[in-house]
Design a protein around this ligand. Sequence first.
Ligand code: NPW
Ligand code: K
Length: 499
Amino acid sequence: MVMSLELLACAEMTEADRRAVAAGVSGAALMEAAGAAVARRARELWPAARRILVLAGPGANGGDGYVAARRLAERGLAVTVAALVPPERLSGDAAFMASRWSGAVTPIADADFGAADVIVDALFGAGLSRPLEGAAADAAERANASRTPILAVDVPSGLHGDLGAPLGRGPVVRAAATVTFVRPKPGHVLLPGRTLCGALTVADIGTPEAVVPSLGVATFRNRPALWSGALPRPATDGHKYRRGHALVWSGPEFMTGAARLSAFAAARVGAGAVTIAGAPAALRVHAAHVSAIMLAEAVDADGLEKLFGARRFASAVVGPGAGPGVEAAARAALDGAESAVLDADVFTAFAGRPDELAAAIRRAPARPVVLTPHEGEFARLFPDLTDGSKLDRARAAASRTGAVVALKGADTVVAAPDGRAAIADNAPPTLATAGAGDVLAGFCAGLLAQGMPAFEAAAAAVWIHGEAAAGFGPGLIADDLPHVAPAVLARLLGAPKDS
Ligand SMILES: NC(=O)C1=CN([C@@H]2O[C@H](COP(=O)(O)OP(=O)(O)OC[C@H]3O[C@@H](n4cnc5c(N)ncnc54)[C@H](OP(=O)(O)O)[C@@H]3O)[C@@H](O)[C@H]2O)[C@@H](O)CC1
Ligand SMILES: [K+]
């Protein structure tokens, strides 16, 4: 099984296959290895299965299916191939593999889906070019309705490997498990694709080692290996301000909780000092709740500017529970702090005016900025960015604004203006709870304050957020997240908390 960070877009996968062939590996050898991996996985997952139905499509995905059919039949299983097109209409390696299959082939319309113990879905993979319809749609729907476990080859048919969603309104196979090749694709990690794939495994099919690194892949799974090298490690001779002073802008007195969640989060991921800035009435509420966190008066954006003028703030958070004056506060933070995290109310304030926000961000292009919208806020801020996958949209927003964009959800995408992107798959459903976003903004700010580069800081914050929630388990409320974060950090830094 392959463990790696890269996620290959379908076009990159095609190029990987082309380069493998150019390096001397035959297409037939790749297909043989792919089909063999599918057969192995079927036997591993369902060792008691005796009757296998392989759905074979018109392209190379179908070719993999014919290989899997042969390999499973060689093991004594009763295998039937249900073909979408007659084998004589196949071409290339798929035609060759079909010619090596000597068992039963039935037209897909005649297949008995209920009579199989396992269905291998080899209808369409990376070559899906339009929604499933007609006989293909019918086959997908009958496979799903049969309740027989389905093992998908490369991707569940109908699911687009780049989008993580079906093309158009076509149906999509719901797989119990999926075997993909070389590397996962974005569609295996983005939702709903991740759910439709079931248990994903990645098979090595003999692609030479040098091929994937030669592709310049910029899309990754959000895993510690992507950013742990940049994770701040407190130095023994550290000084609290050297570990970074983060500022959190507070809303008015009846909505102070969000700012406190961000402030605790920034502190717990290691900011050396954290100050909450706000109006006196709000600060009086904060004072009843905080000890290590400092309070500073800033009635409005002018007050904030004065604070930024008086001392160095390594990062600032504006947006959580911010209320009136948030746009001016965001502008002050972008101008005055060394890095900024903009969240929540900032996106409402700049709704439909992303270019004005971008202009404010680009006034100091060297200053790292992270935007952390959820889908609703993203849609308000960028009403025209509706095309493509979540990955495409986050990338477009990052490139347009010059900020790192963390487009939140159960598959949070962190995208950088330079094109890098990371997709998270570690957030448990319990993380969908009030205030969790405020904590995420604080985690970002705390890591930025310690000098972590923005893309890495945002990706690390998202991952830590997910791990903290998963580690806490049921009953999670946002207040718990900052408290659990140190245990996650201890694991990342390799230091047991009690040593
Ligand atoms: N060396 C390699 O490359 C290796 C590749 N491997 C395997 O190859 C797979 C990619 O193969 P592929 O490119 O042939 O595409 P695939 O998904 O089989 O389908 C293309 C065919 O389907 C058709 N079609 C598309 N959508 C349709 C629809 N809705 N309804 C009906 N028809 C539709 C499309 O028609 P067209 O768009 O041309 O009209 C074309 O005829 C990849 O996923 C992996 O499993 C492995 O063996 C490892 C080595
Ligand atoms: K498939």
